[in-house]
Design a protein around this ligand. Structure first.
Ligand SMILES: Nc1ncnc2c1ncn2[C@@H]1O[C@H](COP(=O)(O)OP(=O)(O)OP(=O)(O)O)[C@@H](O)[C@H]1O
Length: 245
């Protein structure tokens, strides 16, 4: 893929989103560089999923702009260019793993070894012939991930893709994400645990619907003087709220 890494894959300005009676996002301005891995981090309920939904175009926004791959979020032309994996796996339970992934590969015109390679990348080769209905929750999540990966989209939006996975599989998935980014894919990956932040080029830190900071892991450590990213995030919040450390 030929990519101008200085350009933004996602450009969000002054975004406000209301969900029910609650302001889920408040004046959020964020940019995601093409060909990078950006971690979307913050506590449960801070607005990570809402921000992802705004990017993939499934969220009604109150005000602000969301531009994705140079088009307004939700444009029909973006559908095949974005892969979105939600927290709840969306696969066909009666189909096997290989049938599920083959179906999505055919939608995107992928041929050759794409299906087998993608199933291997998510660690499911040994389960390729099993029906999805017979898989564990973590395995189902990986089938869902494979269905998004196999389309080789320009932008991958992944909502907590490593939740519930064992450390080895997690490490392998992050390696795969890095290989994709090196090839020019843009990845936006949410997590509510900071121990994955070091895999990211940039971090978007949210709290209570507001952007706390957008910076690299190195900048976060430097700004707070905390070597552990978990401590650094807490430091940043305490500095902003004036709470004692
Ligand atoms: N369908 C909904 N109707 C009303 N409010 C909602 C709805 N979904 C989410 N919210 C609220 O919007 C806010 C942001 O939720 P969101 O799901 O974006 O958070 P999150 O950071 O992704 O959380 P988690 O890490 O637990 O998935 C929360 O206060 C939540 O209660």
């Amino acid at each position: 893929m030929n990519v101008d890494s200085s350009a933004n894959a996602v450009d969000i300005r002054d975004l406000c989103v209301r969900r029910g009676t609650h302001r889920a996002l408040e004046d959020v301005t964020v940019r995601v560089r093409r060909g990078s891995i950006t971690g979307l981090l913050g506590p449960s309920g801070c607005g990570k999923t809402t921000l992802m939904r705004s990017i993939v175009g499934t969220q009604i926004v109150e005000s602000g702009t969301v531009t994705v791959l140079d088009r307004p979020a939700g444009s029909a032309a973006l559908r095949r260019r974005i892969g979105y994996v939600t927290q709840s796996p969306s696969v066909y339970p009666e189909l096997t793993v290989v049938e599920n992934v083959t179906y999505f590969a055919s939608l995107y015109g992928r041929k050759g070894t794409a299906v087998a390679d993608t199933i291997a990348a998510v660690g499911l080769t040994d389960h390729a012939q099993n029906r999805a209905a017979a898989l564990s929750g973590g395995q189902l999540g990986r089938v869902s991930l494979a269905c998004a990966l196999v389309g080789d989209p320009e932008l991958l939006v992944l909502d907590e893709p490593t939740v519930g996975l064992d450390p080895l599989l997690r490490a392998e998935l992050w390696e795969h994400f890095r290989a994709l980014a090196d090839r020019g894919t843009t990845l936006l990956v949410s997590s509510h645990v900071m121990d994955e932040a070091d895999h990211c080029d940039e971090l978007v830190l949210l709290r209570e619907g507001r952007l706390i900071a957008q910076l690299t892991p190195g900048e976060l450590r430097e700004r707070t003087g905390q070597p552990r990213l978990e401590d650094a995030f807490l430091r940043l919040i305490r500095d902003r709220t004036g709470a004692p450390s």
